[in-house]
Design a protein around this ligand. Sequence first.
Ligand SMILES: Nc1ncnc2c1ncn2[C@@H]1O[C@H](COP(=O)(O)OP(=O)(O)OP(=O)(O)O)[C@@H](O)[C@H]1O
Length: 322
Amino acid sequence: MIKISNLKKYYGKNLIINNVSCEINKGEIFAIVGHSGAGKSTLLRCINGLESYQNGSLKVLGREIKSLNENGLRDLRRDIGMIFQHFALMSRKTAFENIAMPLRVWGYDEKAIKARVDELLELVGLKDKARSYPSQLSGGQKQRVAIARALALNPKILLSDEATSALDPNTTKQILSLLKEINEKLGITIVLVTHEMEVVKNIANRAILLQSGVITNFGSIVELFLNPDENMKNFLGEDEILPDTGVNIKIFFPPNVAMNSIITSMARRLDIDFNIVWGKLEKLGGSVLGSLVINVKPKDELRVEEFIKSQGALYEILKEKK
Ligand SMILES: Nc1ncnc2c1ncn2[C@@H]1O[C@H](COP(=O)(O)OP(=O)(O)OP(=O)(O)O)[C@@H](O)[C@H]1O
């Protein structure tokens, strides 16, 4: 659906996107994460042709963005809807008229416009707000109008640039479940830029971590979060406080492995004492996964490792950061 190979983008002399390659598949929710200034929005704007690039290739629906002329870009953008952090609605137009805008630009007749906008208002749960102006809507409702507008022309791809960053946690959840519903119901591929980890964990299937324009991490959400490498840990700001005696073992529990039964049967079967340092449950891409750090005596380390392996769980020996 989107194929990016060795992409380089400069602003003046500054290299903003540095040799980025990745492929985004049809129907997936793909996240681009990273700190402010990492180049996330720039990459997103390259995908819909709002920005050009100097080297490499960026193909969307089989079309090389750089080689498209005005008409080519116009056609491409029909297939790509976009939503933004601050909604970008027209303040003098009602919700209905905001959603109708792309349809008017493409010359649909009044009857078709009315039918499509009504359908979209229903989809985003705003049937009763058709005549409201943006100033009369809450942040979540404004984003719903923006989502409906982005979907007006039945795009194949929806780009989301920090669409929930201006919303409170509850509203964020509602907008995320709407995006998930749209992805599942309509089969639209969603590419979202965010710095909010909850967003990624909740709805994305795969993600890249961008740091200074370079992809440092790439993979499924479970791979990235369950067993994070140093880059990912730094990004997540996870500083683990660990006991400085004994051996600290972090155990990862994939969805099909029950955390409680492993821990209790380990204590029983190996007849050892150990301490639980910390543990957490995470909802990743719809599954609940757990990680637990235990502290064992050095003499028990090998037996514990053998036991964890035999149970089909993954583990890592943690070292205290100096
Ligand atoms: N039009 C522009 N001209 C020159 N430099 C730019 C332009 N737009 C962005 N940049 C620079 O490119 C870098 C990446 O910006 P970008 O907005 O893509 O980052 P980001 O990861 O999306 O961060 P944020 O979440 O803060 O928007 C930044 O250093 C920024 O200053």
